[in-house]
Design a protein around this ligand. Structure first.
Ligand code: MG
Length: 461
């Protein structure tokens, strides 16, 4: 039995040159290569984070040593790599990225031949090989030294997205959009996609930098001046990506940052009613999304399926249930017609078509969703005791809110007609995430006070 988890909610993450050293990246490459079959074709790509140059080389070294044929995509968004793996017949993909984590982190996502992140049983097999150092080593004469460069991954991706919308409808509207690429790989594809669709593009944070100008997570507090730029430039909307551009957070022309589940409601409503699309009336989302979704989508006869947090859970549930629409509240939108992965540029193209083909602009569509007050915050935990502390907090919350409906597939979600909240340990960092949504600011703050008081009591013990 192996001793610990390498993979969090979505891949392996670590601080560069602390845990995530070239040595550990090499060991990861060997473990993944040994899990795969000798001679498998694996596409490796990365985002522009600090350390990725040596991490990519270390991972590739491990893969080659274990008999894998390696192809290198260079700088590319995660969904672009995933699409290329699926459509070009690769056996697997590896994306070197830490997604939305702070800039000192990097990491690795393992993609299977269907383009979707590996499920837990595959991660466990890789973890076991990593822990036990049980690697397949190829004798010198059998080694494949060539790493073949693949140069068209980003163009292939942009062209594939365009096939899922009607460019003429978008072009007619003469839309303008501000794109914030988080100083990372979304800058390579989203502005290009939008220009091909006849959109006037303004870019912010679109040069790739090891030390980004903003935190890679596109939360309202991290987006700085972006909402003001959208208003000042009178753009139709703004879109902000995370580090590897699988998320898209939208900003309306009034400068309001839309929570990801609100923009997803707008996209789902559009796609469920789009003429000729006949999309199945099943929507999959994680427990961290708002219960407002039920209110908004039930009129279309939609069955809403709740999963654990993590895009892998959403994607694999969609595939199992025959759903083509799924999302996370953090801006990860999955359009299964295109691929079963979160895709920031695909979501942006769909939003353009939604606005261009209907009579309403994004701020007007947003105004149709009932307004509630949302608080998202986090509490740092001691990494050594985080699981135990999280469990005690869960038990105490169950006691405190015993009169409300509870879903506990992942952390604890408490649902009341006037509010809901979720308290769950992060899968990637030693923190407890708290989401609260209530009909009024006063009620939300009251809940926050009660919850943080309770957590404080447990953490300080
Ligand atoms: Mg991401």
């Amino acid at each position: 039995m192996y001793g610990y988890r390498l993979f969090g909610t979505d891949g392996v993450r670590g601080i560069v040159n602390e845990w995530l050293t070239p040595e550990n990246a090499l060991r990861l490459g060997l473990a993944i290569g040994s899990y795969l079959s000798r001679g498998d074709r694996v596409l490796v790509g990365c985002d522009g984070r600090a350390g990725n140059t040596f991490l990519v080389n270390a991972v590739i070294s491990g893969l080659i040593s274990s008999g894998i044929k390696v192809f290198y995509a260079g700088l590319t968004p995660t969904p672009a790599l995933q699409l290329y793996v699926k459509n070009q017949g690769f056996d697997a993909g590896i994306m070197v990225t830490a997604s939305h984590n702070p800039p000192e982190y990097s990491g690795l996502k393992l993609i299977l031949s269907d383009g979707v992140e590996a499920p837990r049983d595959v991660e466990e097999a890789v973890e076991e090989a990593y822990e036990e150092l049980s690697f397949r080593r190829i004798t010198w004469a059998g080694l494949d030294y060539d790493v073949k460069g693949v140069s068209d991954v980003n163009d292939f991706y942009v062209d594939a997205i365009i096939k899922h919308v009607t460019p003429e409808i978008i072009m007619r509207k003469e839309l303008s959009v501000v794109v914030d690429g988080a100083n990372n790989v979304g800058s390579l594809t989203t502005p290009k996609l939008l220009r091909k669709l006849g959109v006037k593009v303004f870019t912010v944070n679109c040069d790739i930098s090891h030390i980004p100008y903003r935190n890679p997570e596109p939360t309202p507090e991290n987006l700085g001046y972006l909402p003001m730029f959208v208003r000042y430039l009178n753009a139709h909307f703004g879109v902000a990506h995370d580090g590897d551009a699988d998320r898209a957070i939208f900003i309306d022309r009034l400068g309001r940052v839309l929570p990801g589940d609100r923009s997803a409601i707008i996209l789902c409503e559009y796609l469920l009613t789009k003429e000729g699309l006949n999309i199945p009336k099943k929507v999959v989302t994680a427990i961290s999304s708002s219960t407002i979704i039920d209110e908004m989508l039930s009129k279309y006869g939609v069955e809403l399926i709740w999963t654990k947090v993590g895009s892998i859970n959403i994607a694999r549930t969609m595939m199992r249930e025959g759903s083509l629409l799924g999302f996370e509240e953090n801006g990860g939108f999955i359009y299964g017609v295109h691929q079963y992965v979160r895709d920031g540029a695909m979501a942006t193209a769909l939003m353009l078509e939604c606005i261009a083909s209907g009579g309403l602009e994004l701020h007007e569509l947003y105004d149709r969703i009932p307004k509630t007050y949302v608080i998202k915050t986090k509490v740092a935990l001691d990494p050594r005791t985080k699981d135990e502390v999280a469990e005690t907090i869960k038990e105490k919350l169950l006691d405190m809110f015993s009169g409300d409906k509870v879903i506990d597939v992942d952390g604890i979600k408490v649902i009341n007609p006037n509010y809901w909240f979720l308290v769950r340990p992060s899968g990637t960092e030693p923190i407890l995430r708290i989401y609260i949504e209530a009909r009024s600011e006063e009620l939300a703050n009251k809940l926050l006070n009660s919850i943080t008081f309770l957590i404080g009591g447990v953490v300080r013990r």
